[in-house]
Design a protein around this ligand. Structure first.
Ligand SMILES: Cc1cc2nc3c(=O)[nH]c(=O)nc-3n(C[C@H](O)[C@H](O)[C@H](O)COP(=O)(O)OP(=O)(O)OC[C@H]3O[C@@H](n4cnc5c(N)ncnc54)[C@H](O)[C@@H]3O)c2cc1C
Length: 237
């Protein structure tokens, strides 16, 4: 529920177990529109898995979802990667965060798309998916899995996957090719039958996710997980 009356969010908050507030320890602009935010505090009660998201109450009446790249109980650190765009309340809240600010957090949750017994993964997304991609990447490397990342990114962000240290990345332009199943079908994972049995995790722009899924019909032999992160004209998701 991205928006609701203040009283309703107040009631929900009161019913949820109270978690310790976190403090912003640093922020960094990785590009003009991608902000890395690190929070510190007691994160020991936060249960985190690859691709999980957290609901942030960005105004009295709005909640928006963001994915941690990691939560580390030893250092007490949680990291976010936020795509700054437009004039939404999520953008305003995340854009304004600075060191020393305190933030209320909710328990991370999500689907369990990651399985350490899977041999090959293909992850697709956009700027909003980079944090989730980072959380998968850590586990892929740790467990010696094969993986390919495909990101559709604005020109100003095309160097960010490399900056983040992500490997095996193909960066696609936001020129409409990712909303066209025929053009998606020309990507290397479609041409190489060795990748057809991979598990696919499709995230980001709902229209691109739908097109990618359509392109995979009759091709993918493994599971295809889809989770759109935003939709043109829709507030929150
Ligand atoms: C499970 C999940 C995990 C997510 N993780 C992240 C994350 O780690 N980092 C992150 O940055 N975002 C993430 N998002 C996406 C984020 O929640 C949305 O982008 C959200 O809409 C931002 O809120 P807002 O108030 O700024 O804009 P809103 O008020 O929600 O949207 C206003 C308008 O902006 C447009 N819009 C929304 N998002 C984008 C975008 N990214 N690019 C272009 N146009 C857009 C839409 O047309 C929308 O109608 C995640 C979403 C989900 C569902």
């Amino acid at each position: 529920m991205p928006s609701a009356p203040k009283w309703l969010f107040d009631v929900v908050e009161r019913l949820m177990p109270k978690l310790p507030q976190l403090q912003v320890s640093s922020t960094e602009m990785l590009s003009p529109s991608l902000k890395k935010i690190r929070l510190v505090g007691d994160v020991s009660l936060l249960d985190f898995r690859e691709g999980y998201y957290m609901d942030f109450r960005v105004t009295d009446t709005d909640v928006r979802r963001y994915s941690p790249t990691f939560i580390d109980a030893q250092t007490g650190m949680l990291e976010l990667l936020v795509h700054l765009h437009g004039n939404g309340p999520g953008n305003a809240f995340m854009g304004a965060l600075k060191p020393g600010d305190t933030v209320d957090v909710a328990q991370p949750r999500g689907h369990k798309y990651y399985d350490d017994s899977v041999e090959k993964y293909v992850f697709f997304g956009d700027e909003t998916s980079l944090a989730a991609a980072m959380s998968f990447y850590r586990s892929f490397k740790h467990n010696g899995q094969q993986f390919r990342f495909y990101f559709e990114l604005d020109e100003e962000n095309k160097g960010v996957p490399q900056l983040l240290g992500l490997e095996n990345c193909v960066v696609l332009r936001k020129d409409g090719s990712c909303t066209d199943p025929k053009r998606i079908g020309s990507l290397s994972v479609f041409q190489d039958a060795g990748w057809h049995d991979a598990v696919f995790v499709l995230t980001g722009n709902v229209k691109s996710v739908q097109a990618f899924r359509k392109a995979l019909k009759g091709v993918a032999r493994g599971k295809v997980h889809t989770q759109g992160y935003w939709l043109e004209g829709k507030k929150g998701l």
